[in-house]
Design a protein around this ligand. Structure first.
Ligand code: GUN
Ligand code: FE
Length: 417
């Protein structure tokens, strides 16, 4: 059992934060047992870890990130998607055929994600099964929560980063089979996006989805170019999302659609039918995509929105920076398209990064009773003589904090370095 003293903050829902100042949180067997203003009799005399003015919050969930692009952060950010893929990303990703290249990058990625307070993530690797297996194995060994995908690509990319349909299905099946019994880091089917996967590959992946009860992650209606390219390559389909539905890829596990910036009504209807996530990635959207997700408009249509860093389209693994950026972008979206959109408030953005995203991984992303104690302690944000409330501490951390302001990290109830 662990008892912590400090300020405790988490999301009740998209509108409201639950804040407990100067309180005690009791965790037992890695799960939250309760939060108390006065420590109950039964815990009197037990050891207490005191975080003083620190704010204990849930660890973050990054619903869209490319571990294989970790070394590309902050490069080629003046390009748009297609050029960026062809000039930077595809040549770089092809190097993951070499395990001596892959291992240290995946290790550094995991270390840095933990440093930034993200313990739950939906991760793209590359088409290379051996390197993808290394990544998911290391995630599981470290006790991190995730969905990790070996990427599928059989067309629309250079020879050096393309598989045949047969290879792609065979290697994906080996990957799904090898890690099907993982406890926290699970395999997920990962067709890169419609422009790099043919219809027969999609259908074959649908069969594997059913056989292994595996979910789907992909890039969905992410740019005008991508949406048009998808429709050109899949004649007879009404929208990008229908490609995955008709392949049977949306019925057997979580569905995670990155970006979802230009959805038609049909895209929204289909994503909602399968309870899929639409992942807002503010940095990537401004770096290489040039479109802004209408978060408030999508949520008024009941779309399940969450946040992602999309490194290397995004340039930082700090999901907390995306909380600030999503507030900023919602104002721009509203300014240019006021009829359909509203700015979102800080509690809403914090909710997307914690409780909303966490719901894809089980009981994580909150500090309510019964949730896994995956948590961070935030401190050091106050100016001299200007005290901050716990909510202000966390808001300022999202704007100007660094990883040094994460004073402690707890994963499955245990303090990690
Ligand atoms: N669409 C297809 N591949 C990618 C990628 O690697 N990053 C982003 N942001 N979009 C993509
Ligand atoms: Fe991406």
């Amino acid at each position: 059992m662990n008892i912590f003293h400090g300020n405790i903050l988490f999301s009740k829902n998209s509108r409201e934060l639950a804040v407990y100042e100067d309180s005690y949180l009791v965790a037992d067997h890695g799960k939250v047992e309760g939060i108390y203003a006065v420590l109950p009799e039964q815990y009197q005399g037990a050891e207490i870890t005191d975080y003083g003015s620190g704010v204990i919050i849930p660890a973050f969930s990054d619903l869209h990130v490319h571990a294989s692009q970790y070394v590309e952060r902050g490069l080629g950010m003046d390009m748009l998607l297609s050029d960026w893929l062809n000039q930077y990303t595809f040549p770089q990703e092809s190097r993951f055929a070499d395990m001596n290249y892959a291992r240290p990058i995946y290790d550094a990625f995991i270390d840095d994600m933990i440093r930034h307070g993200t313990f739950h993530a939906c991760i793209f690797a590359t088409i290379h099964r051996e390197a993808s297996s290394y990544l998911i194995r290391r995630m599981e060994e470290r006790g991190l929560y995730g969905f990790v995908g070996k990427v599928n690509m059989n067309t629309g990319a250079p020879d050096y980063l393309r598989e045949t349909v047969e290879e792609s299905l065979l290697e994906t099946e080996r990957f799904l089979d090898e890690f099907k019994d993982n406890k926290t880091a699970k395999p997920i089917i990962t067709p890169r996006f419609a422009p790099t996967c043919s219809e027969d590959l999609m259908k074959g992946l649908g069969t594997l989805s059913k056989k292994y009860h595996a979910g789907l992650q992909t890039h969905l209606v992410e740019s005008r170019w991508e949406a048009e390219e998808a429709m050109r390559r899949f004649p007879g389909y009404q929208c990008d999302t229908e490609i995955y539905e008709r392949a049977g890829l949306m019925d057997n596990g979580p569905v995670v659609g990155a970006h979802f910036i230009f959805p038609s009504e049909a895209d929204i209807r289909i994503l909602n039918r399968h309870g899929g996530f639409a992942v807002h990635c503010p940095d990537a959207t401004t770096n290489i995509i040039a479109g802004i997700m209408g978060v408030s408009a999508l949520q008024s249509q009941d779309v399940r929105v969450s946040l992602g860093t999309d490194v290397g389209g995004g340039h930082s693994l700090g999901l907390y920076t995306q909380i600030a950026r999503s507030v900023q972008l919602s104002k721009l979206k509203w300014f240019y398209e006021p009829e359909q959109n509203k700015p979102i408030a800080f509690p809403h953005a914090f909710y997307l990064a914690t409780k909303a995203g966490g719901s894809g991984f089980g009981n994580v992303g909150s500090l309510e009773k019964g949730y896994v104690f995956n948590a961070l302690v935030i401190d050091g944000m106050a100016d001299e003589n200007i005290p901050l409330t716990p909510a202000q501490t966390v808001e300022r951390f999202c704007y100007i904090g660094t990883t040094d302001n994460i004073k402690a990290r707890y994963l499955n109830g245990r303090l990690i370095g």
